[in-house]
Design a protein around this ligand. Structure first.
Ligand SMILES: Nc1nc2c(ncn2[C@@H]2O[C@H](COP(=O)(O)OP(=O)(O)O)[C@@H](O)[C@H]2O)c(=O)[nH]1
Ligand SMILES: [Mg+2]
Ligand SMILES: [Zn+2]
Length: 304
């Protein structure tokens, strides 16, 4: 059979995939031969580009998966070793949403999201929501430090509509992942961007012979302007990501270019003499809060 129809996986649930093709959405299973052998991670995830063959006009079989450019994953510890659960393949960008107040922004958590996105080479956009509750000076006192690092910061309010059009435009024709703590306005912002955009992925509990088993439905939500949006799970799940302590400084863009100028090439930037990172902090080129965030991630409790 010809396996030639290209498509994008937009929904994954219990071994079945909805694939958006030029001829509509096709419900697919995975060709058995792809599942053979030892596996260290999910073969298919939402965001993957695949090729399918048709069974009929609405059903098909995934025959091949294109190599992933990047992915948001979490490591699932299993008896056979860590398994890479792919939450979203090929994201174009991460939207990290926090509130200017109510709740107070937790910048260590934001830094953690930024580091995880840097590790995967995924551009991050910071959304500072509830801008109506603070003055612009107050908002900038919190989030202003991210702009000089190179992050795009957008101040938004779902009450006044500030920044919403800018966010909507940035989503056009891209696969975007939305994340942030609860209560910051993620659902409100999603419905401001597009009516009826429901981001929560649902977890359905199925009773199986082996007891309770939770199946997660992961979904890419189509956007009217083209493109897709997906929600990401909370930080606790993401904190399991495999980031080596010695590579952490490379995921802070403002530190990256200075690392090689430290006296010791295995410098941890904490106490070593001749450390160009600490010098940059003293000189104001690196924000002290970002430096403290780095130290907390490297030497403190990784669970923020
Ligand atoms: N003042 C203000 N309140 C907001 C804004 N966005 C959301 N909220 C409120 O914040 C609360 C939490 O919003 P929700 O969208 O459920 O947050 P989520 O948990 O991140 O999805 C709700 O009471 C919203 O009405 C905003 O821009 N300004
Ligand atoms: Mg919500
Ligand atoms: Zn150093």
């Amino acid at each position: 059979m010809m396996a030639s129809e290209p498509g994008l996986v937009i929904k994954a649930q219990s071994g079945f995939y909805q694939v958006k093709t030029g001829k509509g959405v096709i419900t697919c299973s995975l060709r058995g031969k792809l599942k053979r052998g030892e596996r260290l991670g999910d073969l298919v995830a939402i965001g993957d580009r695949v090729h399918l063959s048709y069974i009929n006009s609405t059903e098909g079989v995934i025959e091949s998966i294109e190599p992933r450019q990047r992915a948001f994953s979490r490591l699932d510890p299993r008896p056979q070793g860590a398994y890479e659960q792919v939450l979203l393949a090929n994201p174009d960008q991460l939207l990290a949403i926090f509130a200017c107040t109510k709740p107070e922004p937790h910048l260590r958590m934001l830094d953690r999201f930024l580091v995880m996105a840097e590790q995967q080479s995924i551009p991050s956009i910071i959304i500072a929501n509830k801008s109506d509750l603070v003055t612009r000076a107050e908002a900038k006192a919190i989030f202003g430090l991210y702009q000089p690092i190179g992050y795009h910061v957008i101040y938004t309010s779902t009450k006044t509509g500030e920044g919403v059009a800018e966010v909507r435009a940035l989503l056009n024709n891209k696969i975007s992942a939305l994340t942030g703590p609860s209560g910051v306005g993620k659902s409100s912002l999603a419905s401001c961007i597009q009516t009826n955009l429901q981001l929560r992925s649902s977890a359905i509990s199925l009773a199986t012979g082996k007891g309770r088993h939770t199946t997660e439905v992961r979904e890419l939500h189509p956007l009217e302007g083209g493109g897709f949006m997906a929600d990401m799970p909370g930080l606790r799940a993401l904190a399991l990501w495999d980031i080596q302590p010695e590579e952490l400084d490379g995921y802070f863009p403002e530190m990256r270019d200075l690392i090689n100028t430290c006296h010791y090439n295995d410098c941890t930037h904490r106490t070593e003499p001749g450390c160009s990172i600490r010098l940059a902090v003293q000189e104001g080129a690196i924000h002290p809060e970002r430096y403290r965030s780095y130290l907390a991630m490297r030497f403190g409790d990784m669970d923020v």
